[in-house]
Design a protein around this ligand. Structure first.
Ligand SMILES: [Zn+2]
Length: 476
């Protein structure tokens, strides 16, 4: 079984003071913006952004809700189509994902990937306010600010590697707590000029897309209201009141393309949907759990061990008959695990594996033996069709995964559960393996799953998996 997982890269921070290139043309024309000098090609932006996106997705829990994601994507597409032609890059691949975090934030990476926090969608008063944050972030990407900033840094030899180039944070409560690795790599601060440019171009994109550009300014108010006077803003950002005034000044020069105006009821429906879910964790909470069991690192006696770069050997000890109790998902689940296994957190799910059963292959984390637990947001409240969604999802990343048999009824933590068996060819060892999937529903309708994997011919793991399953206690 594999899950995407990538090595953590060193954080490189640099400070660049850039030349002013926002030049008010005339009082009645929209502000003209120019590119900053840039040593990199647009293809470099795409490549760097893709690397950073893989890293981001190994650290941030994505909201697994296709309805919400595709809604955010549709707003994003509308904005992308409204980027002025001089800032459009055919190479760029814009896409939009939702991070299940409560902070009012969004960030975009060079070349197109954008991540919008669930908290931002919930906090916005209107679709326009949400779109404003997205337009601001898109503008950093379209203006190629990440690589422009890196160009400056390179002049001074500060830049040891450019893999860490990333987007920027929009603002919001709790930001200060994030100025630590591993999240910090995404939170590079842009200069005041870059921020102003992103506000101005963002306002222009808004107007072309049929949004009132003043909604971008209004979002600062919304963030201030919810963040206690805007204290979360990074210290060198232009103060929200400055930005508020600057955007409103620009808005006076813009004509809103009313023909592009969309259906605003959709936004209310999406907010309602999000509010029915369990509270999202804050970035700080995600980070704390990440520090305890950092992605890419093992835990236990040797917390600083790097996740092995080599593929798993698949040669492992028998599961110990002594079990140790673990509390996972912030105490929501208790489970007993053989005491010769260790816990590894892997982008939203938790694995328990014996030594030798995990490693990397083609840049992906691969497991040969072990059990993992996770929670999935599915569209269906019907257990079987929700389980089928989960399996379809697994199959997307594993071409050799096949179902072998239907669903059987079982129980997990005293509730109705489904059990199904899949076969797979292990990516690293090439050996056939059996993947057992057990699912049940949480009170909020989310799907809780256990996935257990071992080579087909190693039956001695069966009883360990059964003991683990029997031990699961869900307190939701
Ligand atoms: Zn910005």
């Amino acid at each position: 079984m594999n899950r995407l997982m990538f090595r953590r890269r060193a954080l490189i921070a640099w400070i660049a003071l850039v030349a002013i290139s926002v030049m008010p043309f005339t009082a009645l024309a929209q502000t003209q913006i120019k590119y900053h000098s840039n040593k990199f090609s647009p293809q470099d932006d795409v490549k760097l952004g893709r690397q950073a996106a893989q890293e981001a997705e190994s650290q941030f829990p994505l909201l697994r809700d296709e309805t919400v994601r595709s809604y955010v994507e549709s707003v994003g597409r509308r904005l992308v189509a409204s980027i002025p032609s001089e800032f459009q890059h055919p190479e760029f691949q814009y896409y939009f994902k939702v991070v299940n975090a409560s902070d009012i934030n969004a960030f975009a990476l060079p070349g197109g990937p954008m991540y919008v926090n669930r908290g931002m969608i919930e906090a916005a008063h209107t679709e326009g306010e949400m779109a404003g944050v997205m337009a601001h972030e898109l503008s950093h990407v379209a203006l190629r600010h990440g690589t422009a900033q890196a160009t400056k840094g390179q002049k001074y030899g500060v830049l040891a590697g450019i893999a860490g180039i990333a987007g920027t944070i929009f603002g919001g409560p709790g930001v200060g707590q994030l100025a630590q690795a591993p999240f910090a790599v995404y939170l590079l601060k842009f200069s005041r000029e870059y921020e102003t440019e992103a506000d101005v171009l963002g306002a222009q994109i808004m107007a072309r897309a049929g949004y009132d550009p003043r909604d971008l300014a209004n979002m600062f108010r919304t963030i201030e209201q919810q963040g206690g006077g805007g204290g979360g803003f990074l210290s060198d950002h232009p103060s929200p009141s400055d930005r508020y005034a600057r955007i409103n000044r620009e808005a006076q020069q813009l004509h809103v393309n009313a023909a592009n105006r969309g259906d605003t009821r959709e936004f209310a429906r999406i907010q309602e949907r999000l509010r029915s879910y369990q509270r999202a964790p804050t970035m700080a909470e995600i980070q704390r759990s990440g520090q305890r069991y950092p992605v890419g690192e093992t835990t236990g006696n040797n917390p600083n061990n790097n996740y092995p770069n080599n593929p798993p050997t698949g040669r492992v000890a028998y599961p110990s008959s002594r079990y140790e109790s673990y509390s996972i998902f912030n105490g929501g689940v208790q489970v007993s695990i053989p005491n010769n296994w260790r816990q590894i957190n892997d982008s939203g799910s938790v694995w328990f594996v014996p030594e030798g059963a995990y490693g990397q292959y083609n840049g992906q984390a691969v497991f040969t033996h072990g059990a993992s637990f996770g929670v999935a947001q599915t569209n269906s409240r019907n257990l079987q069709s929700a389980t089928q969604d989960l399996i379809n999802n697994l199959a997307q990343g594993n071409n050799n995964l096949r179902t072998s048999g239907g669903y059987q009824r079982t129980t997990m933590s005293g509730r109705n559960a489904l059990f199904t068996t899949l076969s797979n060819i292990n990516e690293a060892t090439g050996r056939p393996e059996t993947v057992r999937v057990i699912t049940t529903q949480l009170r909020n309708g989310q799907l809780f799953y256990m996935i257990a994997v071992a080579p087909q011919n190693e039956r001695n793991f069966e009883s360990a998996f059964q003991t683990i399953l029997n031990s699961v206690r869900i307190n939701d």
